[in-house]
Design a protein around this ligand. Structure first.
Ligand code: IVH
Length: 675
């Protein structure tokens, strides 16, 4: 008979083995469900025998039951982006504008590293770790609570906080350079594929479906912002960013030790130069320096646009550029048929990762850059993500190849390539082009769409060439038996693939919309549309006016959706997807704030104490309401602040819409009722 201690040891070993296969090597040998079963059995045993729990147990690192998708989380306050400057002169100009609007030149600035990771917001309720969310679109992020719970640098309880209230700690999740190198070294030793760079590895690690996998990655968190949402009166005495960072440090967070607080623009520029000079001495990769007004009162005066605060700026450091040889120019065909030229390069390390291909965007760009096979070229990682060829380096005396010509036929189907009118892009005009079909299916299965694990480009090509599928709807008819003939696909992988496809049936409507690749419909529009119409039948009923009225959807997107939905072939595809059992519905958003204003349209006019314009709007939206710009019969109430717009107040009186004073706004937010 196996003793509980023996079984626990056995389970830990098996879990470690399988999570390595699954999450690090991307080649699982057992289906997800079996893996989950092992974790569950371990949890049950440990609960019954607490003496067997050890610190390294995967169970200790699991914050919540594993889920296949991340639920949406409304941020208590929007997570804004930063505006950029690219050199010292622009930085001086920014500070001059700031000094001018504040009317003082003794402005205090804080200068921080801009860590190249991903932003995270962590909600603490009464000092207890509660919800962690990625930035998402700034208003709604992804719920990564269970994953972040496994990170040692994120306290479960705020040290020394005894008062009640709700606050969000924001900062950057990253992998430091040494840990990244170590991770890759161990992969190299095992003969495994390496990770490309710390940022993407951190992002991928944070967004694992299983917290145990996140726990195995060396993620760190550095806090740079404290947002008090409610209560915690003692924190009201904080008047500057320096004090906020001290508080975060006291709570148990890491704060960048290199942060400097200085007075005056000249000192600020000098401090920002320090980071440029010491970029490579820092333990993590940075892509810039963030400069913030230190005093919170100054920040309030300066306010924010809907995109970024006016009180902060990112000084981007020059992206790293390298020279290498351009071996060839080739053309790839995308899911819309667009033919994109790209450079095949002698591999070169740029900004920390090896680059062997780089986009050349389109025909005009190739011409403009005058790059030809055999040239020495400058490669840059633009925006630090997509490598591009910047230019060729003239080599006097060397005879160059003739100018490169854009091909006239599609490299995949040999159909005609066409470039029409004003467009700079060239397209393959053959609707049956196998490259387009392939890319459409790959896109449908991709992480940002239906997220079908194990269905990458290679597998799609195999399924297409074997005739098992012709389009995305065919995926749902695949069986383990039908795939038996496929080379390199064993019983286990076939089972895993069929299960992954089956799981994708439950994906929310927004992901299906992304996956369909409707022109102009990106993730943001897809989520707004899905949140508004909830189900596919409702969406099919929507007119282009209905669609254009959705937040973030204009006439162009609306027309494109309607055109797509009216196309008979697309209709048939949607019907086949529905009869394949896809859910085609959008679940309700879970929120960290009480949803007191669901379905209520609240118009704000004039300024409200304690809120920026965007802040008041965001407070309404995060509680489930909407905040349109004009008063109509559908308006629930009009909130009137200082210096209101006369027309809105008159219109409200005309239509008999209730008016709420600035004082009544807080209770409206809290209760959803007019007091
Ligand atoms: S402040 C409203 N501080 O940069 C304040 N951001 O481009 C917004 N980032 O999404 C953020 N280091 O992911 C701030 N010290 C720092 C930062 C930082 C990195 C990232 C963050 C943000 C992005 C904005």
């Amino acid at each position: 008979m196996t003793t509980p201690a023996e079984r626990v040891a056995e389970l830990r070993e098996q879990i470690a083995f399988h999570s390595e296969r699954y999450f690090i090597e991307d080649s699982p040998v057992i289906p997800d469900a079996d893996y989950d079963q092992l974790v569950k059995e371990l949890l049950v045993l440990e609960a019954a025998h607490p003496e067997l729990v050890v610190e390294s147990s995967p169970s200790l690192r699991v914050g919540a039951p594993t889920s296949t998708a991340f639920s949406p989380v409304n941020h208590g306050q929007p997570m804004l982006s930063l505006d950029n400057v690219f050199d010292e002169a622009e930085l001086r100009e920014w500070s001059e504008r700031l000094v001018k609007s504040l009317g003082r030149d003794d402005v205090k600035f804080s200068i921080e590293p801009k860590i190249d990771g991903l932003a995270l917001s962590i909600l603490y309720v009464d000092g207890e770790y509660s919800v962690a969310a990625t930035r998402g679109d700034g208003r709604v992020g992804e719920d990564v609570t269970a994953n972040v719970a496994t990170m040692a640098s994120v306290p479960q309880r705020l040290a020394g906080v005894t008062t009640t209230g709700r606050l969000e700690v924001r900062g950057e999740v990253y992998i430091d350079k040494a840990a990244f190198d170590q991770l890759n070294a161990s992969l190299a030793k095992a003969g495994e594929r390496l990770f490309a760079n710390p940022r993407n590895t951190a992002a991928g690690s944070l967004r694992q479906k299983d917290p145990v996998a996140t726990a195995r990655r060396p993620l760190s968190f550095l806090a740079y912002q404290l947002v008090v949402l409610e209560g915690h009166d003692e924190l009201a005495s904080i008047t500057g960013h320096d004090q906020a960072l001290e508080a975060l440090d006291r709570f148990g967070f890491s704060v960048a030790p290199t942060v400097q607080h200085v007075q005056g623009a000249a000192a600020m520029v000098e401090a920002s130069g320090w980071f440029e000079a010491h970029r490579h001495d820092l333990p993590y990769e940075i892509d810039g320096v963030v400069i913030k007004a230190t005093r919170l009162a100054d920040r309030d005066l300066l306010g924010s646009t809907s995109r970024a605060p006016r009180w902060a700026i990112a000084r981007k450091l020059p992206p790293e550029e390298r020279t290498t040889t351009l071996l060839a120019i080739e053309v790839s065909i995308g899911r819309t048929g667009r033919a994109t030229p790209y450079a095949v390069l002698e591999p070169v390390v740029v900004a920390g990762s090896t680059v062997s291909m780089a986009t050349l965007h389109n025909q005009d760009q190739v011409r403009a850059k005058d790059v030809r096979p055999g040239d020495l070229v400058i490669v840059r990682k633009a925006g630090d993500v997509i490598p591009e060829v910047v230019a060729h380096v003239p080599s006097p005396g060397v005879i160059r190849a003739p100018e490169w010509q854009f091909p006239q036929v599609c490299p995949e189907c040999h159909g005609a390539l066409e470039r029409t009118g004003e467009e700079s892009d060239t397209y393959c005009t053959n609707p049956a082009c196998p490259a387009q079909t392939r890319e459409q299916i790959v896109h449908f299965a991709s992480r940002s769409a239906m997220d079908i694990e194990g269905l990458g480009e290679q597998r799609v090509v195999q399924l297409l060439t074997s005739g098992l599928i012709r389009d995305v709807a065919d995926l749902y008819a695949l069986s383990i038996d039908s795939m038996q003939e496929l080379e390199g696909l064993g019983q286990l992988s076939a089972t895993a693939l069929v299960e992954a496809i089956a799981l994708s049936r439950a994906q929310p409507l927004s992901r299906v919309l992304i996956g369909l690749g409707i022109r102009h419909v990106g993730p943001v529009a897809a989520r707004s549309i899905a949140a508004t119409f909830s189900t596919m039948p409702e969406l099919l009923d929507a007119s282009s006016d209905d669609l254009a009225a959705v937040d973030g959807v204009g006439a162009v997107i609306a027309a494109s959706v309607v055109t797509f939905m009216e196309d008979p072939e697309n209709r048939t595809l949607l019907e086949r997807l529905a009869s394949s059992g896809l859910a085609l519905r959008e679940p309700e958003v879970t929120s960290t704030v009480a949803q007191t204003l669901v379905g209520k349209a609240i118009v704000v006019t004039g300024s409200l104490e304690g809120f920026s314009r965007d802040g008041a709007e965001a407070a309404i939206i995060s509680r489930g309401g909407t905040s349109p710009g004009s008063v109509s019969k559908k308006t629930f109430c009009v909130v009137v602040g200082e210096a209101p717009g006369a027309s809105k107040v008159t219109k409200a009186a005309e239509l008999g819409i209730p008016v709420v004073s600035a004082e009544g706004f807080a209770s409206l937010l809290e209760t959803g009722e007019i007091s």
